[in-house]
Design a protein around this ligand. Structure first.
Ligand SMILES: [Zn+2]
Length: 199
């Protein structure tokens, strides 16, 4: 997901973010079976890329790798779009969870409340629209140590987690738009597509 703010000072080089039209974005990601050094360094490179691109989330698919791995950091956007998180009913210091690495995540809505907010995507720069999603979700995933992380989230963290987990299943945020809104974005989408296909 796209956002604002940047962290600096890393020597790790950012990766190229693929754009709409790249086949990886429409594939279902393979499960990560073993969390080894290659997964750890990919996660690090993805975090650096997310900061470099001013994003608040990035899925492996967006760097051309179709596996169940995504990273999130919602701190830079906190003032405009706050988040909250809980583990076993106890609220967490949000910063302790960031940057968040989600491996093999599963996501479940909590309650019936929905919220509509603007989203963007690093694979579709300049395209923004309002998307309705469940307000609160439970996320169950593994961290880089292979430990299970089971938390509930609201606000931008909830939305970013839903957006990134969608990516891991080949779903893009524009898939949630009604047909008439999607129509308004067609010319921009065609431009991304032409570039991805090398026209
Ligand atoms: Zn995205």
């Amino acid at each position: 997901m796209s956002s604002r703010g940047k962290k600096q000072g890393s020597k790790i080089k950012p990766l190229e973010v693929v754009k709409y039209g790249h086949p990886a974005l429409r594939s279902k990601g393979r499960k990560v079976e073993k969390i080894d050094d290659s997964i750890r360094s990919l996660a690090e490179e993805m975090i650096v890329t997310m900061y470099e691109e001013d994003g608040c989330g990035l899925a492996a698919h967006q760097v051309g790798r179709s596996i169940q791995l995504a990273v999130i950091d919602v701190m830079a956007a906190f003032e405009d779009r706050p988040s909250r998180a809980w583990i076993e009913g106890r609220e967490l210091e949000l910063e302790s969870l960031m940057p968040l690495v989600m491996i093999n995540p599963e996501i479940y809505p909590v309650g019936d409340e929905k919220s509509t907010e603007v989203e963007g995507c690093l694979s579709m720069p300049g395209l923004h629209d309002e998307i309705e999603r469940p307000s609160r979700v439970r996320v169950v995933c593994q961290d880089l140590d292979g430990q299970t992380l089971d938390f509930e989230a609201e606000g931008l963290l909830s939305r970013a987690a839903q957006h990134e987990v969608d990516h891991l299943h080949g779903i893009l945020f524009i898939d949630h738009l009604p047909a008439e809104s999607l129509q308004e974005h067609q010319s921009l989408l065609r431009k991304f597509q032409a570039k991805s296909l090398g026209f």
